[in-house]
Ligand binder design. Structure first.
Ligand code: 0X9
Ligand code: ZN
Length: 412
């Protein structure tokens, strides 16, 4: 979203007092600020500078203010992070088709109000910097959705993986608009299922990545670590096998696991949401890039001990690969990494769980794999549609893929 600069107000009166070559023009830039504030007294000091406090957390606030107000906060010694809310706080113009947080929020609002009979938007909790983490729940029977088989889809665990947000967002739109058009397959799926879609888990990181108008290659969330560095890798912070290999203990590392399992508000919110919806049988977390379909385990080289569970993951991954052309494999065939989403969702909850590493296949030339350009969005959405519909379809009993003819196992 482009934040329109306020019209500059000419300092006519000031002109009379200033030498002509220093004609005064007021700077109307607004600044986003993360400000240390440990109690109401510090918050009052901040409010007295004129900064508008948007979010209040235990030891900091997020506020918006002018340059003069920012200078006052700085003089108080409380300013932690700031960036100008200029037209540059967005995707580079060539990538304007990607959704930033405000655009995504607007889109979810308008879709869920237009299709309110089958879709509900709610917040599963707040990010470290206080942004709502949105979920859209879709079902033909929202009032009794808890008693229907459920699938959950997530995107945006990693800040720079913006394409992973565009897919879940598109599938929300696809399901709602196709339902309304009378698409019989979508109507059948939506009427018989409880579908949960969280497009942007790491909203703080995604916004930070685009905050200067050129990409920062940021991966983690924006928690302040105890050594003054920023960020925990949310895909190393889940609680199954947390603390094992392939996750760093160093706060400055891109794969910092956090001080303990589920230390982060974003992973806590996902954990609580999944635990509150015991009908979830299938989970898919979108990441980029490499064109892979991954399934547990990721924290050890061993495969899943339960032969049927292993076979279901392998069979589904292979089937989905026929549609998107990705390579199906066990997560640790890529590399060992502990504390990822799917080891937890399968290990703790026996949810059949997948990670998709979307396009491109490799980093190639130029800006590399995380920033493939907006032109790839429609094609990647299209090639992953069938896998998504397939996962929704089999949420009643994923074991049907190996025991054809077996009835639903689903019991809420
Ligand atoms: O390392 C990750 O978190 C994922 N790759 S990414 O490039 N999107 O960062 C892969 C996670 C796969 N899980 C394990 N290997 N455990
Ligand atoms: Zn990722």
């Amino acid at each position: 979203m482009k934040i329109t600069k306020l019209l500059a107000v000419a300092g006519f009166l000031a002109l009379g007092f200033l030498p002509i070559h220093k004609a005064y023009t007021e700077d109307t830039t607004q600044y986003w600020m993360k400000i240390r504030a440990e109690d109401k007294f510090q918050r009052t000091l901040i409010a007295n500078t004129g900064v508008s406090i948007e979010t209040t957390r235990e030891d900091f606030v997020v506020g918006i203010g002018s340059l003069e107000e920012k200078n006052k906060v700085e003089a108080l010694g409380l300013l932690e992070v700031s960036f100008p809310l200029t037209a540059e706080m967005d995707f580079p113009s060539k990538d304007a088709a990607f959704h930033n947080y405000a655009e995504m929020t607007d889109k979810l609002r308008s879709l869920t109000s237009q299709y309110s009979q089958i879709a509900q938007m709610s917040s599963i909790g707040k990010t470290y910097e206080g942004r709502d983490i949105w979920v859209v729940r879709i079902s033909g029977d929202l009032a009794h959705a808890d008693s229907l088989p459920a699938a959950i889809f997530m995107g945006g665990h990693h800040a720079r993986e913006h394409l992973s947000i565009e897919l879940p967002l598109y599938y929300i739109e696809y399901l709602l608009t196709e339902y309304a058009k009378g698409n019989p397959r979508v109507q059948r799926l939506v009427n018989g299922r409880d579908i949960h879609i969280i497009p942007m888990v790491n909203a703080d990181g995604a916004e930070y990545d685009i905050s200067t108008g050129s990409y920062k290659s940021w991966r983690k969330n924006r928690a302040k670590n105890n050594d003054g560095t920023y960020g925990v890798d949310l895909n190393r912070n889940y609680g199954y096998g947390w603390g094992g290999g392939g996750a760093s203990t160093s706060p400055n590392s891109d794969t910092f696991r956090g001080p303990n399992a589920f230390s982060e508000p974003e992973t806590q919110a996902v954990k609580k949401y999944v635990e509150d919806h015991q009908n979830i049988t299938i989970l898919l977390s979108f990441h980029t890039f490499s064109q892979l379909i991954l399934y547990p385990w990721g924290h050890v080289y061993d495969s899943i001990a339960n032969a049927r569970d292993k076979q279901v993951h392998e069979t589904m991954a292979k089937k989905m690969a026929e549609w998107n052309g990705y390579t199906p494999e066990q997560s640790s065939d890529l590399y060992i990494a502990s504390g990822d989403t799917t080891d937890w969702s399968y290990g703790e909850h026996k949810i059949i769980s997948f990670t998709f590493e979307l396009d491109p296949a490799n980093s190639g030339w130029g800006s590399g794999g995380f920033y493939p350009g907006a032109q790839v969005i429609p094609e990647v959405q299209r090639k992953n549609l069938e896998p998504v519909l397939y996962l929704i379809e089999y949420a009643d009993n994923p074991y049907r893929v190996i025991d054809s003819g077996s009835g639903p196992i689903f019991k809420p």
